[in-house]
Design a protein around this ligand. Structure first.
Ligand code: SAM
Length: 315
């Protein structure tokens, strides 16, 4: 039914999956899924290796890269995206940044030290004015690479988006501002990897693999601020890149979904009974939209024409 990935690709994928240095939580047993090529045009996908029941936790996943939504910067943890309670003190050197605790502060140390050395005002202002969120993930990855917390090739295994010439020219400005901020801070040899080609390659992967992190848990107070944030069109606490979840394909009537309770630590859950060998698919968009709206967003945002059973039935 599907082509298995070659052993060299499988080894590469495994090493990528293991590259997150310390997970937000640990799980010992391997997840009941495997990544393989689908029989249709969707490329690689995830398949159940045993029967799953509706509601089963398939696996959890920790992000490789996170970044808070720009407007919630002082309201969520700069590392794990947990909503900060009254006890979360702002960073001593930057009142706009908060860590939820010593662990997140310690685990951010490397990239944050690099980030703190640079003046990001031009880059940040440009992204905010243009309403861009993904360049913040590239900025964080670049700082992680410089600090040794991630490798230059961290995202290479993920599928890139096809970029149109207009988007490529827009990226040139962000790239220039990112590089300039790091050069001005005295990073020279350390940013030899930071070429326009690297920037575009990373952003092309982030565009179709980034998840909007929307927390399901929370107190009444959180719900109020969530409602306020939703009004301001900012219901997500941030964006994050995951490795294994990036291999889940889309279906408008999915059999799996990804949930976040308190922070960017994600849970992949079965939405109905799934047989061994069946492909697991999640819904990339708001499933309540009508057929035409879903098709437009999937085609413009993800570059594919959805041919799931729901779309084929015209629903
Ligand atoms: C997050 S990736 C999913 C994993 C990807 N198939 C791979 O090989 O890495 C998203 C991309 O997968 C493809 N894809 C996902 N769901 C699809 C579907 N239902 N039909 C066709 N292509 C799909 C599209 O190219 C989309 O941009």
């Amino acid at each position: 039914m599907f082509r298995a990935i070659s052993s060299r690709r499988a080894r590469m994928l495994l090493s990528k999956l293991q590259c997150a240095k310390k997970p937000l939580s640990t799980s010992t047993s391997p997840p009941p899924i495997r990544v393989a090529y689908t029989a249709d045009s969707a490329g690689r996908g995830t398949f159940a290796t045993r029967r799953l029941r509706s509601g089963d936790l398939i696996h959890t996943a920790d992000p490789l890269i996170t970044h808070p939504s720009p407007s919630l910067l002082n309201k969520v943890c700069y590392f794990c995206l947990r909503r900060s309670g009254p006890s979360a003190a702002p960073d001593e050197t930057d009142p706009t940044v908060r860590f939820c605790g010593a662990d997140c502060r310690q685990r951010s140390q490397g990239f944050y030290k690099v980030e703190k050395r640079s003046d990001w005002s031009a880059f940040d202002d440009h992204c905010r004015l243009q309403g861009l969120k993904y360049p913040f993930l590239v900025k964080r990855l670049a700082c992680m690479v410089i600090s040794g917390a991630a490798t230059v090739e961290s995202l290479d295994v993920l599928q890139p988006a096809n970029l149109f010439p207009e988007i490529l020219s827009e990226m040139e400005e962000e790239f220039g501002l990112l590089k300039d901020a790091l050069l001005r801070a005295g990073f020279n040899e350390q940013i030899a990897f930071l070429t326009k080609q690297w920037y575009i390659g990373v952003l092309a992967r982030i565009r179709i693999n980034a998840f909007r992190v929307e927390l399901a848990g929370g107190s009444y107070e959180d719900l109020l601020s969530e409602a306020a944030a939703a009004v301001a069109a900012e219901s997500a606490v941030g964006n994050a890149i995951y490795m294994l979840p990036s291999f889940y394909n889309h279906d408008c009537d999915p059999n799996a979904h990804m949930v976040w309770i308190e922070n960017a630590h994600a849970r992949l859950k079965a939405l109905r009974d799934v047989e061994a060998g069946e492909e697991l698919r999640i819904c990339y968009i708001d499933a309540s939209m009508d057929h035409d709206a879903r098709q437009t967003i999937l085609s413009q945002g993800f570059g594919f024409h959805c041919q799931c059973l729901r779309c084929m039935s015209g629903d």
